[in-house]
Design a protein around this ligand. Sequence first.
Ligand code: CA
Length: 250
Amino acid sequence: MHAFISGFRQKVQESMEIRDRILVIEDDKSIRNFLMTILEANNYDVILATSGTEGYGLLTSQCPDLVILDLGLPDMDGIRILKQLRQWSSMPVIVVSARMHEKDKVEALDLGADDYITKPFGTSELLARVRTAIRHARAASRTPDGVQSGVFQAGDLKIDYDKHRVYVNDVDANLTQNEFKLVSLLGRYAGKVLTYDFIIKEIWGPNMDNNNRILRVNMANIRRKIEKNPAQPQYIFTEVGVGYRIVEPG
Ligand code: CA
């Protein structure tokens, strides 16, 4: 009897659970079906659009929690949809693009896309990107200025935002001030890729010419200080031609 009641309660809770709704705008049928299958199996509600016009209409009428947007659509460039959307909404957008199109990814990120996935992508990568983007959107709406405090911990890496220190295995990594700013910026957007231009503007200001050399030098120094093997980083990853991403806490 007891088991029956708790089972019943669980059912009621499940049916009352509010699911996040994801709009997929993708003209390729196999990718669309793949996305729908994975997302529905992981408790998301999915709305599908096969063209840019249809997708944009659903964006405005359905206000989904997240959009997965293919850049190469038959009737309209995905970038155009992103631009239009960003004029009135900050809802999270993950862009889907073909491999080797780094320029498109950077453009999409700089125009306000939250992340990208490259075809062909795997299930766990997709779900991680989706979770991260939704979580960041929620966090950003709670703390608009993104003021950081407390501690970020991922494996042996610890960022102490209050003390302005980074530790590896509880040993101070002795980062310089700019190196700390860089690591804490990545930590604030953990799991999300940040473009070179975005990082340079945040750390060195808008007047810094966007030459990546100074950023690369700083990153090399950071890696020497925090990674066991700087050539095979486990904390800060390079997204070739795009930028950097730090692991999610945990
Ligand atoms: Ca396409």
